[in-house]
Design a protein around this ligand. Structure first.
Ligand SMILES: NC(=O)c1ccc[n+]([C@@H]2O[C@H](COP(=O)([O-])OP(=O)(O)OC[C@H]3O[C@@H](n4cnc5c(N)ncnc54)[C@H](O)[C@@H]3O)[C@@H](O)[C@H]2O)c1
Length: 319
């Protein structure tokens, strides 16, 4: 079985590639290192079933796919994860983010259609924007500011969803959409602005943890191994064409609780520095995972304290 993984040098794409290789798949990983890191590919590169191509998937895929052997050009599944994912990166790469979720998704659809492959599109809980419904079910349409600072990400993911769903209807492709909620774990980047790496790095340096707003806003955090397991199930199970499924951990924590747990696990006293809440920052977000339980027999298995301890270990080693 052959899988194409776009965004393979990223946090999730690299874990996904490793998992597929461990399961016996051959994997073609593609990335332009816009936000990825070659070090994330160390484990994958040890496998002779892994092929890496450096390319921009917003450009036509005929350019880079012709560099592959003919047998490698016909995957069973295309997993389109390429996209900046943290606010720091997608605000810096705003036009590129719109391109990769727009043009990149269109190319992924064309390629999967021509190859007769399944397609999995990595969408996000940010499709729900600042939600007015809690927890968020897949049927909720969202509350998104189309011209706000986050719109390059939120709206391009929503366009990607619309394009993939329309291609299911018009072209008959077998495509699935995963709405990923906050995921954390080893290989996140220290400076990418997401709360868990921020807290881990600050705690390990003995610095104050930066809390935006009053810290009462909640998030749910899914450990990376759980998320990847949900993605693999959604991408490979038969009969799920056209389905849109939330994958995330519904356990809700306030940012202040997260700060307390991180400091405790790092073995340091808690010091926080309070800053104003950025614009369009959602105050609550939590997945309803009833559909994932029903369709995928999936639910998260790694508790926050275990996942955070593993993530702290990663940052201890890479500091
Ligand atoms: N990590 C999360 O909590 C989370 C939550 C919701 C959705 N997602 C989605 O999951 C996917 C992966 O996120 P991540 O956290 O691994 O982010 P990441 O930034 O670590 O990985 C994204 C990868 O895509 C690559 N990339 C970006 N544009 C590209 C292009 N035009 N051509 C080729 N490669 C390109 C980057 O270089 C990077 O390696 C993204 O689509 C993101 O929107 C992630």
């Amino acid at each position: 079985m052959l899988a194409f993984v776009t965004g393979a040098a990223g946090f999730l794409g690299s874990h996904l590639s490793d998992r597929l290789l461990r399961d016996g798949w051959s994997v073609v990983g593609v990335d332009n290192f816009a936000t990825g890191d070659p070090r994330n590919l160390r484990e994958a590169n040890e496998s002779d079933r892994f092929t890496f191509v450096e390319a921009d998937v917003s450009e036509p895929w005929t350019g880079w796919t012709t560099r592959l052997d003919s047998a490698q050009r016909v995957p069973d599944v295309v997993l389109h994860l390429a996209s900046p994912a943290s606010p720091v990166h997608y605000e810096r790469l705003a036009l590129e983010t719109l391109a990769v979720n727009g043009l990149g998704t269109m190319h992924a659809v064309t390629f999967a259609h021509e190859a007769g492959a399944k397609l999995l599109y990595a969408s996000t809980s940010e499709s729900y924007g600042d939600p007015l419904e809690h927890p968020q079910r897949e049927t909720y349409w969202g509350n998104v500011n189309p011209i706000g600072i986050r719109s390059c990400y939120d709206e391009s993911k929503r366009f990607g969803e619309a394009y993939v769903t329309t291609a299911v209807r018009k072209l008959g492709i077998d495509a699935r959409i995963v709405r990923i909620f906050n995921t954390y774990g080893p290989r996140m980047q220290a400076g990418d602005g997401r709360v868990i790496p921020n807290f881990c790095v600050s705690a390990l340096r003995g610095e104050a943890l930066t809390v935006y707003g009053d810290g009462s806003q909640t998030r749910s955090f899914c450990y990376v191994d759980d998320l990847i397991d949900g993605i693999v199930r959604l991408a490979t199970r038969p009969g799920l064409g056209g389905r849109v499924v939330n994958v995330g951990n519904p356990d809700e924590y306030t940012i202040r609780q997260l700060a307390e747990i991180t400091a405790r696990l790092a073995g340091v006293p808690l010091h926080t520095e309070d800053r104003p809440l950025p614009p369009d920052d959602p105050t609550r977000r939590r997945p309803d995972i009833a559909l994932a339980r029903e369709l995928l027999d999936w639910q998260p298995a790694v508790p926050l304290e275990i996942g955070l301890a593993r993530t702290l270990d990663f940052f201890r080693l890479t500091r």
